[in-house]
Design a protein around this ligand. Structure first.
Ligand code: MG
Length: 170
């Protein structure tokens, strides 16, 4: 059985993952309006992945006989003006999510909840990849995004991203 504290944190993570999906859709909409459909595609795919994350936390709770409470999802907070703003906001958001997952891991370790620690291992690794991707995108934008041709090429590249279901199954 999950400890009350661990179950509560896992439940809160569902909302945070749905918020991530919402935030990335907000970014995608911003890029659609600017005609950058490749950047928009990148964040639409990202939003799908975040929904998958939310569902994994939900399923894990239910697999462990814990009840799920769906909380309100906030309006995306990021104010976007420049083409680079979503990229910076995405990195900051992923760093926040990493901290949140580490906090659950810590609570699970204190509770000697080895099953939850093992479940979270996938997310710890995933967050490392998310942060690296977000950081790479900022570097690419700084290198190539300042000139129209470079931005076009980058948009083409990001348009090639396709959705894949998460490698973690429960
Ligand atoms: Mg996520």
């Amino acid at each position: 059985m999950l400890s009350k504290k661990v179950a509560k944190l896992l439940n809160a993570q569902i909302t945070k993952e749905f918020y991530s999906a919402y935030l990335y859709l907000h970014f995608a909409n911003f890029y659609v309006e600017r005609g950058l459909n490749g950047f928009a595609n990148w964040y639409q795919v990202q939003a799908q992945e975040e929904r998958d994350h939310a569902m994994l936390f939900l399923q894990y709770l239910q697999n462990n006989d814990a009840s799920v409470t769906l909380e309100a999802v906030d309006k995306p907070a990021a104010e976007l003006k420049d083409n680079k703003d979503p990229l910076k906001a995405a990195l900051a958001h992923e760093q926040y999510v990493t901290e949140s997952i580490h906090a659950i891991y810590e609570a699970a370790a204190v509770a000697k909840d080895y099953r939850t620690m093992q479940f979270l291992d996938w997310f710890v690794k995933e967050q490392g990849e998310e942060e690296a991707n977000a950081s790479d995108l900022i570097k690419k934008m700084d290198l190539f995004g300042t000139d129209a041709k470079g931005l076009y090429m980058l948009d083409q590249e990001l348009g090639g991203r396709t959705y894949a279901a998460p490698s973690l199954t429960l």
